[in-house]
Ligand binder design. Sequence first.
Ligand code: ADP
Ligand code: 5GP
Length: 210
Amino acid sequence: MTDTMHKPGILYVISAPSGAGKTTIFRQLLARRPGLCESISFTTRAMRAGERDGIDYHFVSAAEFERMIAEGAFVEWAEVHGNRYGTARATLLQAGREGRDVLLDIDVQGAAQLRASGLEAVFIFVLPPGMAALRQRLSGRNTDSPDVIERRMNNAVSEIREAAGFDYIVVNDELEQAIATVEAIVIAEKARTNRMLEVLPAEFGLKSSR
Ligand code: ADP
Ligand code: 5GP
């Protein structure tokens, strides 16, 4: 492809109940596909050890987050486990201008908001192989107390019901297989006819159906 053939960027939204393995898959995908970039969310939660402002998240105060909501700065936002998280409209607009493919790691409520807004994106839902495996992963991660795990298990039941509205469902049983499946989705989406019609040389005489 030449420089003049700018492909419009694709937005991939990955969602899952907590503990399904979304972060693990997300990180691997970013490492394996350098063309993908990550949308950096805004959050009110405290910075964890090793995290950096502007890289892991844009860490803001509750008041600042509130101000951004009032200004309509978010395409979606949600309260997740007691903290607020949001995707800034400006981040997506910037990526769109640059024609970049963007990966969004957001919770199920946020993904549902994006779907409802009619935003063009590829929605991927990551499922655990079963509820017992989900509980095991939540406990095995050693980051949450038993009552927090219980709350996440309860939330998972209603979150999983949302999976039917997504474009793809990936069961994260064997990790390598799940990563390969998400990667295959990313590759296949780029070859969709409506996207290719926008970038193929004019000499083919193919017109965009858009
Ligand atoms: P999420 O981001 O969805 O909350 P994580 O990526 O943090 O989930 O994964 C939860 C835990 O499960 C982590 O300890 C991770 O190493 C483990 N895990 C992820 N995928 C698998 C898998 N396919 N098989 C077994 N354990 C997994
Ligand atoms: P963590 O605090 O562990 O980094 O993230 C907690 C949860 O917040 C994860 O499920 C993550 O996907 C979600 N999250 C992160 N950024 C956003 C965002 O911008 N919007 C929404 N709705 N959820 C987000």
